[in-house]
Design a protein around this ligand. Structure first.
Ligand SMILES: *Cc1c(COP(=O)(O)O)cnc(C)c1O
Length: 391
């Protein structure tokens, strides 16, 4: 089969390629302007520091924050760890209760489980069959000793977008810190930390055509001023919250990626929604196809389906020479266990296994969707036919 051609990439929730415009912005900072931004005594340091300041201001403006509220990290995993452990450590005298959601990324769930092993009390809120949390469940779970609520903005598997502004308002009303993992949301949905009452927000570059290994954490400094116990000690960089020499090219790339995604958001949202809906329309004609997650409260490039009578693993293997898609999330799909997100929706074991996730992005074309429709349709029909022959 088409051996000279690489498979069509439709896995944009796992990662994305670096946009050439982002790459161009980063390049001078590897070789020419390579200085340490902490070097205050010469031009090399000043140049790097100026680039960092500009990136920090740009990122802050993108979420309606101030530059001092941006802490650079190695990505969303580190930002989430810093929030969960850093808040727990800083606020332990106030309480030991944390609320999160069953469908969160493991970079939130695992630090929470770790804290539970240290004696913290963690509530893992369930979700409704459409993947949205019930705000009454959240309200009922809030306690006087609750120190943190962590709910992701957009889910990496099913694309579901939670009612962040309402959750933020609930938390602020009670004086409880609110964190959101916005790794999948930045550049795809409008984010405003003031209007949405967000105290802490995790970001990453590589889901929006920026480089891997760089992210940021928004940490509110006024009303309230959030305290965080650092998890990396060292030179006291980033207001002491995250030590380590700032990675200038990656930081420039993060800011460039966010700027570009926000500039293109209106047109890209329309284009990706149209492609995603066409794919869904065509594949639903197979029959026995279930959409995972809310039909409209979801990321525009996301389609997550469960297919009756199909082995998910066999489907991916049959498709992999033609297209790159995934089942479950990239980080957990090496495990044989079905996705914790699909199970939280109440999907049966069979349907959770028989799932496929499409992540459509900036460099996909209508031709890619045509190819996906043709190959998935053909493959599902063949797999169902052979299963019925065996039965
Ligand atoms: C990708 C992702 C992460 C992890 O981000 P890294 O920058 O790769 O560490 C965390 N949360 C969500 C929702 C993600 O999609």
């Amino acid at each position: 089969m088409e051996s000279s051609q690489r498979p069509v990439y439709l896995d944009c929730h796992a990662t994305t390629p670096v946009d050439p415009q982002v790459m161009a912005a980063m390049l001078p900072y590897f070789t020419e302007m390579f200085g340490n931004p902490a070097s205050v005594s010469h031009q090399y340091g000043w140049e790097a520091d100026a680039a960092i300041q500009q990136a920090r201001a740009s990122l802050a403006a993108a979420i309606n924050a101030t530059p001092e509220e941006i802490i650079f990290t190695s990505g969303a995993t580190e930002a989430n760890n810093l929030v969960v452990k850093g808040v727990a450590e800083a606020y332990v005298s106030r309480g030991k209760h944390i609320i999160t959601v069953e469908t969160e990324h493991n970079a939130v769930l695992d630090p929470c489980r770790y804290l539970r092993s240290l004696g913290f009390d963690i509530t893992f809120l369930p979700v409704q069959p459409d993947g949205l949390i019930d705000l009454f469940d959240l309200e009922n779970a809030l306690r006087p000793d609750t120190i943190l609520v962590s709910v992701m903005t957009a889910n990496n598997e099913i694309g579901v977008i939670q009612p962040i502004a309402e959750i933020g308002a609930l938390c602020h009303h009670r004086g409880i810190l609110f964190h959101t993992d916005a790794a999948q949301a930045i550049g795809k949905v409008p984010l405003d930390v003031a209007a949405m009452h967000i105290d802490l927000m995790s970001l990453t570059a590589h889901k929006i055509y920026g480089p891997k290994g760089i992210g940021a954490l928004y940490v509110r400094r006024r009303n309230p001023r959030v305290q965080l116990a650092p998890q990396l000690h060292g030179g006291g960089h980033e207001k002491g919250m995250r030590s380590g020499t700032l990675y200038t090219p990656q930081i420039v790339g993060l800011a460039a990626a966010v700027e570009l995604a926000i500039a293109e958001m209106p047109t890209e949202t329309a284009r990706l929604t149209q492609m995603r809906d066409r794919l869904w329309q065509a594949l639903s004609e197979l029959g026995g196809v279930h959409l995972n997650g809310h039909p409209t409260q979801r990321l525009c490039g996301n389609l997550n389906l469960s297919l009756e009578g199909v082995d998910g693993q066999a489907l991916l293997i049959a498709l992999q020479s033609v297209m790159a898609v995934s089942s479950g999330s990239a980080c957990t799909s090496s495990k044989a266990a079905p996705s914790h997100v699909l199970k939280a929706l109440g999907r049966s074991h069979e349907l959770a296994y028989a799932s496929i996730r499409f992540g459509i992005g900036r460099f996909n074309t209508d031709a890619d969707i045509d190819l996906a429709i043709a190959h998935v349709t053909q493959t599902v029909q063949a797999l169902r036919q052979s299963a019925s022959l065996l039965a």
